[in-house]
Design a protein around this ligand. Structure first.
Ligand code: WQD
Length: 343
């Protein structure tokens, strides 16, 4: 019997590339669509180096309805979709809200049109803990009220989940939304990892780029939060733990085990760490002293958030396995491997 075929949008990106490897290693055929706006085509070669399989690839912008419809007309044997392709930086979205709404919403709508036309009935959607804003209660569960978003990025994820809630109700489409907390780290081969183009928005690549000498100094955005050390708290989770959850979600839907048209799961470790905790972990595992300074808070940041993971643990049979030190150690190994790469 032919392997099941999965479309991975944003598959040359950070979480996408790690998920492609896990899918391939679990016997799935993968086709990637990516516009390479925040990733490099070289990632395809590194995926193939890890898995031994070069994924199929098409480059175009999913926000373009005609190009997306054309893709589905050329590829009508798709069993499921994992949709990563989106702009995803909280801070950046404050400065470019319309880019975020146009890109993140239109891409999803075009994919759903293609699913309807070609009877593709399964989608895993890349959502985010940012849909919670600043939760009233911690750890935050999937049943927590969705509060007004703190950033256009978080708002697009809220709106995409709402689109899925209505579309899965009126069309023969199942979806699983995975609300990532803070994905960090890299594949233990150090062949794929977080590779932001330009100045990183996220904490961990900025830490490792500072330590390797690409950046002068890390700015810690605020130490006047109501937390143990004044710096903001997040639930950092290894990207490979996140990737494994996507394979489980695909298998749940293809196996007909979904219990409703739209299911939503938190992907976190259940433990919150402050920015200074992350810096201390990095210094411990790398032996490097990090150059950083405290600066004012970043607009759009919440104070603290970490996951209640019981639903994903019990219902998906999935649990994050890697520790913060393992996450930071893999991130540092990846940064050092990048130095040896041909430019
Ligand atoms: C983490 C903490 C910053 C940079 C991310 C993704 C988003 C979503 C949720 C998946 C915050 C602080 C950061 C820096 C700093 N993930 N920081 N100096 O904003 O929590 O959101 O996870 O969907 O896509 O963006 O992550 O890494 O930007 O920030 O002090 O140079 O580190 O203030 O407290 P964030 P982040």
């Amino acid at each position: 019997m032919a392997n099941k075929k999965i479309l991975v949008t944003g598959g040359t990106g950070f979480i996408g590339s790690h998920t492609v490897v896990e899918l391939q290693q679990n016997g799935y055929d993968v086709i990637i669509v990516d516009n390479l706006s925040n990733s490099s085509i070289d990632v395809l070669d590194y995926i193939a180096k890890i898995s031994g399989i070069m994924p199929a690839f098409e480059q175009f912008d999913l926000a373009d309805g005609k190009l997306t419809a054309g893709f589905f007309n050329r590829n009508n044997n798709i069993d499921g979709i994992i949709h990563f392709a989106a702009f995803k930086a909280v801070g950046e979205s404050m400065a470019k809200p319309l880019d975020y709404y146009r890109n993140n919403l239109q891409s999803l709508i075009n994919l759903l049109e293609g699913m309807k036309t070609h009877a593709i009935s399964n989608m895993v959607f890349s959502s985010s803990c940012t849909v919670y804003g600043q939760p009233d209660e911690l750890p935050v569960t999937e049943k927590a009220p969705i509060k007004p978003a703190w950033s256009p990025y978080g708002n697009t994820k809220q709106m995409c989940e709402e689109i899925l809630r209505f579309v899965t109700h009126s069309h023969p489409v199942h979806a699983i939304a995975l609300r990532y907390f803070n994905p960090i780290g890299a594949h233990d081969s150090a062949l794929i990892g977080e590779l932001p183009l330009g100045v990183p928005n996220n904490l961990v690549p900025f830490i490792t780029q500072t330590a390797i000498g690409k950046r002068e100094c890390l700015s810690v955005f605020g130490n006047d939060y109501n937390t143990s050390d004044g710096t903001a708290v997040r639930d950092y989770i290894h990207v490979v733990d996140i990737a494994k959850a996507h394979v489980i979600a695909v298998e749940r839907m293809l196996g007909g085990r979904s219990k409703s048209e739209l299911e939503i799961f938190n992907l976190g470790t259940g433990t919150g760490y402050s920015v200074l905790d992350v810096i201390n972990s990095f210094e411990r595992v790398s032996g490097e002293k990090l150059n950083y300074k405290i600066v004012p808070r970043r607009p759009g940041d919440v104070e603290m958030v970490w996951a209640d993971t019981r639903f994903a643990n019990d219902e998906l049979g999935w649990k994050a396995e890697k520790s913060l030190d393992e996450m930071m150690s893999s991130a540092w190994k990846w940064e050092k491997a990048l130095v040896t790469r041909p430019v």
